[in-house]
Design a protein around this ligand. Structure first.
Ligand code: GRG
Length: 297
C-alpha cells in the first residue's frame, strides 16, 4: 500500500470511529443493554471498506465531509446489522467476529436480534434526519437506494439464496447472482450514496461508478472465498474455513484457488477500466480497488 493511501485510510478510519460513536445511541440511555449491544456490534472493529468507498466517491463528487459521514454511517450500520444476524445460530452460527465474541455470544440471542433490527432502522433514521443533498427528491432517492440494496432484492435476498444453497452445487452464474446481491449490493450502494452527497454527476458517470461498484463488490467476494481457505482465524478475526465446513458453494469450490485468483484479477482490471474517464479524481477509488483485491484479511 502506498504511504499516502495508508495515511488517508488511517485518518478516515479514525475520523469515522468518532462519527459512529456520536451517531449511535449512548450506552447510558435506556434500554442500556440494547444500546450497549448496538455499540458493541459496530464500534472498534472492521475494515470499514464500505465507508471508505463512500468517502472516495464523495471526494470524487466534491461532497461535504459531514454529509458523507452520515451516508457512510448508514451503510456501515446496515452492514453491522447483517453481520450480527448472520452470526446467529439460525444462520451461520458463529462465535467470533472482528476478533471478538459474536454479539449473541457476548449478550444473548434476543438482544442480538434486536440490536440488528435497531441498527437497521437507525440507518434509515440517519438518512431521513440529516441534510445530505440540497435537493429533497435526490435525498429521497438515497433512502430508496439503501432500502433496495438491503432488502429482498439486495442483501437480504442474497442471504436467502445463500442459505438455500448449502449442500447444493451452483453454476458460476448462479453463484454470481447470489453474491451480486448478498455482498455486492451494499458495496455498490456505498459508492453511489457517497457520490449522491456531492454535486450532481451526469447519469453516464453514475452508471460508470455503479459498474465499478458491481465489479469490485464481486471481486471482494471472490477474495473473501480465497481468504476463507488460505488465511487463519487470527488474521481474519472470524472463523476461517467456514465455507468448506458448511458445504457452501464458493468461487474456490467452483474454480479452484488459482481460478478464483485469476477471476479476482480480471474483475479488478475491469473495475479500474470503468474509472478511466474520471482521471485523477478517482484515484482513491482505484487505490481502494487495489486494497480490496490484494488484502490479506
Ligand atoms: C443477515 C440479511 C442478512 C444478511 C447477511 C453480509 C452478510 C449477509 C453475511 C456475512 C457473511 C459473509 C462472510 C459474507 C461474505 C463477505 C462479507 C460481507 C464479509 C464481511 O465483510 P467485511 O470483510 O467485514 O467488510 P468487516 O468486519 O471488515 O466489516
Amino acid at each position: 500500500m502506498h504511504a499516502d493511501f495508508q495515511s488517508w485510510v488511517a485518518a478516515r478510519q479514525s475520523h469515522f470511529e468518532g462519527v459512529l460513536r456520536e451517531l449511535l445511541p449512548r450506552p447510558d440511555i435506556a434500554p442500556q443493554r440494547l444500546h450497549e449491544a448496538m455499540r458493541y456490534a459496530v464500534l472498534d472493529g472492521g475494515k470499514r471498506v464500505r465507508p471508505l468507498l463512500a468517502f472516495a466517491a464523495g471526494e470524487l463528487a466534491g461532497a461535504e465531509q459531514t454529509r458523507v459521514d452520515v451516508a457512510a454511517a448508514a451503510v456501515e450500520l446496515i452492514h453491522a446489522y447483517s453481520l450480527v444476524h448472520d452470526d446467529m445460530p439460525c444462520m451461520d452460527d458463529d462465535v467470533l467476529r472482528r476478533g471478538k465474541p459474536t454479539c449473541h455470544k457476548q449478550y444473548d440471542e434476543a438482544t442480538a436480534l434486536l440490536a440488528g433490527d435497531a441498527l437497521q432502522t437507525l440507518a434509515f433514521q440517519l438518512l431521513a434526519e440529516h441534510r445530505l443533498n440540497g435537493d429533497a427528491a435526490r435525498q429521497l432517492e438515497m433512502v430508496r437506494l439503501l432500502a433496495m440494496a438491503s432488502g429482498s432484492r439486495g442483501m437480504a435476498g442474497g442471504q436467502a439464496i445463500d442459505l438455500a444453497s448449502v449442500g447444493k452445487s451452483l453454476t458460476l452464474p448462479e453463484l454470481e447472482f447470489m453474491h451480486i446481491h448478498k455482498t455486492g449490493a451494499l458495496i455498490r450502494a456505498a459508492i453511489l450514496l457517497g457520490a449522491y452527497c456531492g454535486s450532481r454527476l451526469e447519469a453516464a458517470q453514475m452508471d460508470r461508478l455503479d459498474h465499478f461498484g458491481k465489479l469490485i463488490g464481486l471481486a471482494f467476494q471472490v477474495v473473501d472465498d480465497v481468504l476463507d481457505c488460505e488465511a487463519d482465524t487470527a488474521t481474519l478475526g472470524k472463523t476461517a474455513g467456514k465455507d468448506a465446513d458448511n458445504d457452501k458453494p464458493t468461487y474456490v469450490s467452483l474454480l479452484g484457488i488459482q481460478g478464483a485468483r485469476d477471476m479476482a484479477q480480471r474483475l479488478h482490471r475491469e473495475a479500474l477500466e470503468s474509472l478511466a474517464e474520471f482521471g485523477g479524481a478517482a484515484q482513491r477509488l482505484r487505490e481502494l480497488a487495489d486494497f480490496i483485491v490484494l488484502r490479506k484479511f
